[in-house]
Design a protein around this ligand. Structure first.
Ligand code: TYD
Length: 138
């Protein structure tokens, strides 16, 4: 529920004159079995993505190329994490509100998820989110 549970992850990088290689194994480099992968690309200038929290799902976000700013909030605090390296991941646990801003042209955002897609797992309204975390605290 809290930003204290957000983690910055660093993925292996095999440097090679033919080009670098990184890899991610579920349950090893990310702390869950990966059930779903999605990616966001061709983001027009000024567009924002995300703006939701999950009840159960954990997500790891990676800027595979390009960059964006990841805004995370737990309703009390907000942090902004610059995402600009393909070996850096951010673990977003359930109950944390995320949104992504300032995409540079050509950015590809990769998301690794602990759960299959289920719309009922999303909280997409910020006021509803604040209510949700309030009830979880009491
Ligand atoms: P949305 O959650 O708004 O994208 P983001 O928050 O990452 O910016 O998803 C956009 C649409 O895509 C929405 O109609 C739901 C659908 N969708 C799926 O069908 N499966 C998925 O795994 C995801 C992430 C989204």
């Amino acid at each position: 529920m809290s930003l204290d549970n957000v983690r910055i992850l660093e993925f292996p990088k095999i440097c090679d004159p033919r080009g670098n290689l990184s890899f991610i194994e579920g349950g090893c480099h990310v702390p869950f079995a990966i059930k779903r992968v999605f990616y966001i690309y061709d983001v027009p200038g000024g567009a924002c993505r995300g703006a939701h929290a999950h009840k159960q799902n954990s997500t790891v976000l990676i800027a595979l190329s390009g960059s964006f700013d990841l805004h995370l909030s737990d309703g009390e605090r907000e942090i902004i994490i610059p995402m600009n390296r393909s070996t850096k991941g951010v673990l977003i646990p359930p109950g944390v509100w995320d949104s992504m801003h300032n995409f540079t042209t050509g950015t590809v955002l990769l998301a690794l998820c602990s759960h299959y897609y289920e719309e009922e797992d999303y909280i997409r309204d910020y006021d509803a989110y604040l209510e949700y975390i309030k009830t979880r605290k009491t």
